[in-house]
Design a protein around this ligand. Sequence first.
Ligand SMILES: O=CC(=O)O
Length: 336
Amino acid sequence: MEDQNQCTTRDEQLKNLNLPKVLIHGPPGFSSVLQPPFSQKFHILNHSSLPLHKFAATHAHHCSSVAAVLCDGGYPVTADVLRLLPSLRLLVTASAGTDHVDLEECRRLGVRVAGAGNMFSEDVADLAVGLLIDVMMKISAANRCLRERILVVSRDFPLASIFKLTGKKVGIVGLGKIGLEVAHRLEAFGCMISYNSRSKKTFVSYPFYSSVVELATNNNVLVLCCALNDQTRHMINREVMLALGKGGIIVNVARGALIYEKELLRCLMEREIGGAGLDVFENEPLVCEEFFSLDNVVLSPHAGFSTLESHDGICQLVGRNLEAFFSNKPLITPII
Ligand SMILES: O=CC(=O)O
């Protein structure tokens, strides 16, 4: 465990004692998300060198007075974690997704939760379109072939294996802010948009399908932009893939477990769908190695939220949420 604000003098130690304790729950280096002036307003604890339960066992006095947690997307905040932090009042996650947080338990315990709001929506939508264009026009595959001297510049390559995006029918799963950003971008490419969502949206005229199988049947492409929860886990299964058909493409910029990954691999290997662009994976941080040998897949390392511009934005946002909460002001991007 590190005490982030290493105190050198007794005065500084005393000052720190009066600041709200914020526990950083994320990968090494994640604590840099809390920058001055915000970082100076809190007593920051970082357990990144120890698993949280070990930190709690050796630093019970700290855990008992942690008032806020600042966490990252891949770092679960389960009921067990919450039990280790009896004074917790606020959880700030630097992610748009909240599938790593037991929101029901937070609600029950009266712990407020703030997230990344729409900070990453445009970047994620940009990446979705980038992945789709790459899968269709085989940019990464051609790049690899040229560099490995497997291919010379030839007119045969495009004719044999690349496809046109303009005019394609695209089904978006989850028409929240990210889904809408994807829709707007793809409309500019002349694509026809329809969607599946928990409910029909009154603010768009895109056709709505209440079933993902029907959405897949009626489209060339599926772009997954919805939250992961008990209802959506493995919603993209073999039935959906077969409905999408041989030329069909799946782009996933949401959460890996929306797709039944084993079935996706099988469909890609047997060419039962045309291709996939994946920024997220079922067993992150691991990526199933069978993807590596497939030329109809473009892979990206869960990068949709890591542009330089958005990193600066999220640093401000987490600080402002913490500051607002401890000044009794409304959270900037509340979840609960
Ligand atoms: O995946 C990234 C996020 O949830 O913000």
